[in-house]
Design a binder for this molecule. Structure first.
Ligand code: UT7
Length: 329
């Protein structure tokens, strides 16, 4: 039975970036060998990205998720055996199945039979996971949840396509959410419009034991840009309205880290000073479902985000999907 005074609260955060840091110049040199021109100047001016991290070939999404999860568990100071729900937001899972969440449960040696599943909402995956897990905790069905956004997008990048391969990176971010009589996640809003499949997709699929179709990420950047700026402002305001809050009560905005131009636009539209936005896109690139929890963990650990502050997270991505949550940290 749902209890009206039951909330889910962030107990701890963690994140992990694989050590291989690839600068724009590194990428420009690599592409030049294939006769493709790009530059640090173009990438910085159009996206705000200076570098991204790529996982080594034998490292999987669940490997990145494991380290982020261990760090979140440590910061929450809980016994991992009390985690009764694991949700991993990813579009680059280790396998077709089982889910990364199940692999992670095993890697963490959690033996309590709790639930584990993946959420596939691309760059909105973490926002989708927070809203879903919050509902499962508020209903009383689960008490202590591990949410991870983890990606190895480098695996689906076409390094012959300069319009996409310079944008994305690998990484993982995690949070522990636990039932509490204090908020917590205050309100969330989620949306999707499946008619936009073609502007952002990785259409390859397994058929007859082989990958049929392109397994590379395809994006119409300008179409995505236009849609993103439109829906991000709306969904942020929707979540704030549900939380009975106005934008000036937001201490920190954590947008999905895709492009500094999109992020700054939303921040301006909400009337927030740019200093109240957490920005990691410059060093992480776009890590899809991992970008928000990575940024959250960085800002918690460097002391910017403090207990009691209001954090607005928002994401947009393939599907098309978009979502936002207001979280009292
Ligand atoms: O995470 C999911 C959500 N994803 C996003 O939010 C991404 C949204 N889109 C974007 O961030 C931007 O549209 C991009 C960063 C992808 C592109 O920026 P843009 O300002 O929209 O550039 P554009 O696509 O209009 O391209 C401008 C020019 C083109 O050349 P011409 O046609 O003007 O001669 C491109 O061919 O820049 C060229 N170009 C490049 N030049 C150097 C495209 N990619 C590159 C590159 N290096 N890597």
């Amino acid at each position: 039975m749902a209890q009206s005074n039951l909330y889910s609260r962030v107990l701890g955060t963690g994140s992990y970036l694989p050590p291989n840091r690839v600068t724009n110049q590194d990428l420009a040199d690599r592409l030049a060998k294939q006769g493709i021109e790009t530059s640090d100047e173009w990438i910085v001016a159009r996206t705000g990205i200076h570098a991204r991290h790529f996982a080594d070939p034998d490292v999987t999404t669940s490997d990145l998720a494991l380290i982020a999860a261990q760090r979140a568990i440590e910061s929450a100071d809980i016994d991992p055996q009390t985690i009764d729900l694991i949700v991993v937001a990813t579009s680059t899972p280790d396998f077709v199945f089982p889910s990364v969440a199940c692999l992670l449960q095993d890697k963490l040696q959690i033996k309590n039979g709790g639930a584990a599943f993946d959420i596939q909402a691309v760059c909105s995956g973490f926002a989708y996971a927070v809203a879903t897990v919050d509902a499962l905790i508020r209903s009383g069905q689960h008490r202590t949840a591990l949410i991870v956004g983890a990606e190895t997008f480098s695996r689906i990048l076409d390094f012959n396509d300069r319009t996409t391969c310079v944008l994305f990176g690998d990484g993982a971010g995690a949070v522990i959410l636990q039932a509490s009589d204090e908020p917590g996640v205050v309100a969330s809003a989620l949306h999707a419009d499946g008619s936009y499949t073609n502007i952002l997709c990785t259409p390859g699929h397994v058929n007859g034991g082989i990958v049929a179709g392109s397994a590379f990420l395809h994006m119409d950047g300008q179409a995505v840009f236009k849609l993103a700026v439109n829906v991000l402002e709306k969904v942020a305001l929707e979540a704030l309205e549900k939380a009975n809050m106005s934008p000036d009560q937001v201490d920190w905005l954590i947008p999905h880290q895709a492009n500094i131009r999109i992020m700054s636009h939303t921040c301006r539209k909400l009337g927030l000073p740019q200093e109240r936005m957490i920005v990691t896109v410059g060093e992480h690139g776009n890590t899809s479902a991992a970008s928000i929890p990575l940024a959250l963990d960085f800002a918690v650990r460097d002391g910017r985000i403090k207990r009691g502050q209001n954090v607005l997270i928002e994401g947009v991505g393939g599907g098309f999907t978009w979502g936002a949550s207001v979280i009292r940290y």
